[in-house]
Design a binder for this molecule. Sequence first.
Ligand code: FES
Length: 116
Amino acid sequence: MFNYRQLDDDRLEYVTIASTDEIRNGERLILDVAGNLIAVFNIAGRYYAIASICSHDDGPVAEGEIDGQEIECPRHGARFDLETGQALTLPAVVDIPAYPVRVEGDEIRIGLPVIS
Ligand code: FES
């Protein structure tokens, strides 16, 4: 299960990754969070966070073109749902991680699964 938006809050740790000034409408920010590349997108005021590693062949999926709520991997064109991480088209058949995002004041926070 890679859609961490479905986890209960007690299984997530929210980490501040940027301020709202840093990711304006239509922009994205790719971060190294504890060794994992995670991308946060602002699309018309809604925030999405996914892992920036394609499940097909490790391509930099978060650098791809956005179409609505979908992103296309720049390497071979697989498409993923930004909200759920679901693989929508070949050649990817495995979902990628998607994380919940909260805005508290001017802080953007993402929920990372707690490793126990
Ligand atoms: S690496 Fe993303 S589609 Fe192949």
